[in-house]
Each structure stands twice: as C-alpha cells, then as structure tokens.
Design a protein around this ligand. Structure first.
Ligand code: SF4
Length: 352
C-alpha cells in the first residue's frame, strides 16, 4: 500500500466520526443517507436518518409513500424535491429491479436523483465498486494536495482527481473503495476545512503541495458562491384552540405541497398587503393585527426575515372558500406536512 493510502486509512480508522449511516453497508440505507446529506448539516441528518430507515426500511416501503408521507418523512431536511426523486427512484427499483438497489453502476446512475457523486458513494460504500465520489470536501482536499489551480469543477481538474482516487483505490487493496472515499470526505470535512485547515494534524501534510508552498487557503479556485438574497415577508397566524390555519403551498413554489401559514409569499412577494393577500388566497376577509414577532429563516439561496401577524378574528373553517386547500391543524401532528416556518412562527409567539 502506498504511504499516501496507508496514512489516510490509518487516520480514518482512528478519527472517523461514529455516524449512524456508517454502521451499515445496506445499499438502501447508504442511499438514503447520501441523499439526506446533500446540502444538509450532518446534525440535521443524524436526527432524521434513523427514524426514516426504521419506517422505510427498504425501497418497497418508501415506494408506496404518498406525497404527504414523503414530506412528513423529510421534515426539517429541506430541499424536498430530492425526497420525491428518492421515492420515484424507489418505485423504479420495485418495478425494474425486484425491489433491490441495483449493483450495476450504470443502472444506479439511471435512477432519478443519482448523479456521479451519489453513484460513486453508493457503489463504493455498499458494493465495493472502485468508483470515485467527489463531494465539496474531497474537491477542496485534492485541489490543495495536488495543487490544482484551475476550477475544480472543470473537466481537467476532475480527471486529475479521479486518477488520484483510482490510484488510492488500487493501492489500498486491503480496504474497500468505500473506506477510501469516506476517508477522503472525512479528512476534507474535519481537517482540510475551507478556512484555517488544521495542517499540523493532517496525515497528508508531507505530501501536500499547497502546504509545501505555504498557500493552502488560495485553493480551491472556486468562482465564489452566489450570495444569499435577503427578503422580508409576513405570515398570518390564525389560531382556534390548539390549531392554526395552514394552507397548501401551490406547485412551483418553494415548499410546494406542504402546509404553510397564509403569507405575502415565500420568498417571492405575491402581494404587499397581507389582508388583501389572505382575502384573495382563502376567499375570506380576516382582520389582522400588527407585527408582533419576527424570526430569521434560511431557505435555499434566500435569507428570509419573517414577520408574524395574528388574526384578530380567526375565520371559522367553513368560511374558507371550498376550493382552497387550507385547514386548521397542529403542525406538531406527525401526519401534517407543515413547513418549518409554521413551527418557528408558533415558537416565537409562545416565547413572548
Ligand atoms: S496539509 Fe493542510 S492543506 Fe494540505 S491536505 Fe492537509 S489540511 Fe489540507
């Protein structure tokens, strides 16, 4: 085994975080974890992963989930489109692969929601296939160690990274490609961090070109993330006893299919006046008080400031237009796919 592979795997064996999805090679569990981890904090995934795989322990179970059940299962993780893709992919697995996650890398890649990274992660971790899995952490780590000065997403940069990973897979013949891939991701996440990487603790310090040059923070050469856009909006809290009025978010909008509070629009403002907006969307006039609380909420590229206003005369359910998908319900009820915004709004009101 090369020194590079040996030091990487030795470091990983000693320092890897004990995460629930690392305790299994079950292909479905690995797949679920990889989809959940896309653009989502490890701590948030830790909270949801285990209950998800208990409830949906195999593709067949999730394939049968309704849209609302998918949203409830994914609650708190955001980016709900990937959950629907996962359910659609599970349906294909049932229809075309007898309910078993396919081992074949091309068949994997053809499933909805599986790109090159996810194909590599599932293939290597669950099936020991020698596929690279380059996420943002690996991209940064390899850009620095190999001194890749060009855009790490460019074809030339990717080719160099894939070559390096293939060499590690071949060299680390006693370990699985999945261990190598996970070790690279972990080293990037924990040691080779975007700012102030911990080079003194890095098993690759002696092999790292960026460290040798004393220029570690100059790489990777990304074009820079687009900045989040700040927007303000208002939501209506209309409560009757222990329930709150929620309305289904229409298709095409963020959080489509979930229940949210009546609003001026999130994140795009549909109207400027909340009373008018409510009258138009629910077909009922509601007198609304002034802003009583506010909270921040980040969603995809938006940084929202949400102002909460309460109904002075919450409308009875039968006053709401019959063709509107709105209901009084409790967002704490596990069967209601309510947005995080609903829970946050109630929490800030309760804290006053
Ligand atoms: S030596 Fe520093 S820059 Fe190089 S791979 Fe390790 S942590 Fe990253």
């Amino acid at each position: 085994m090369s020194e590079r592979a040996a030091s990487l795997l030795a470091w990983y064996a000693q320092h890897r975080r004990d995460l629930p999805w690392r305790r299994t090679k079950n292909p479905w569990a690995v797949w679920v974890s990889e989809i959940m981890l896309q653009q989502t904090r490890v701590d948030a995934v830790r909270e949801r992963f285990e209950s998800f795989v208990v409830k949906y322990g195999e593709p067949r179970a999730f394939a049968a989930a309704t849209d609302d059940e998918v949203l409830v299962a994914w609650r708190g993780l955001g980016y709900y489109r990937r959950a629907r893709s996962l359910r659609d992919a599970a349906r294909i697995v049932v229809a075309e692969h007898e309910g078993q996650v396919p081992r074949d890398s091309t068949a994997l890649r053809n499933l909805p929601g599986i790109g090159e990274y996810t194909q590599g992660a599932i293939g290597s971790i669950a099936f020991d296939l020698p596929l690279p899995a380059i996420d943002g952490n690996v991209e940064r780590l390899l850009s620095r160690t190999l001194w890749i000065e060009i855009d790490p997403k460019s074809r030339d940069a990717r080719d160099r990274m894939r070559d390096e990973i293939r060499t590690l897979h071949t060299s680390a013949h006693v370990s699985s490609p999945g261990d190598v891939n996970q070790a690279l991701m972990e080293l990037g996440a924990m040691i080779c961090t975007p700012r102030a990487p911990k080079c003194a603790q890095c098993p690759w310090m002696l092999f790292c070109e960026a460290h040798e040059r004393g220029r570690v923070e100059e790489l990777p050469r990304t074009s820079g993330r687009s900045k989040a856009t700040a927007v303000e909006t208002e939501v209506l809290v209309a409560r009757r006893e222990d329930t709150v009025l929620m309305q289904r978010v229409p298709p095409g909008e963020i959080n489509a299919g979930q229940y949210c509070l009546p609003t001026l629009g999130i994140p795009i403002r549909r109207e400027d006046d909340l009373e008018q907006s409510v009258r138009r969307s629910l077909g009922v006039h509601v007198r609304i008080g002034k802003r009583t609380a506010s909270f921040k909420h980040a969603i995809t590229k938006w940084r929202l400031t949400v102002h909460v206003r309460e109904a002075l005369d919450p409308p009875p359910p039968d006053a709401i237009a019959a063709d509107v998908d709105a209901r009084y319900g409790s967002p704490r009820n596990d069967d209601v796919p309510a947005t995080t915004i609903v829970r946050k709004a109630l929490r800030v009101l309760d804290r006053r």
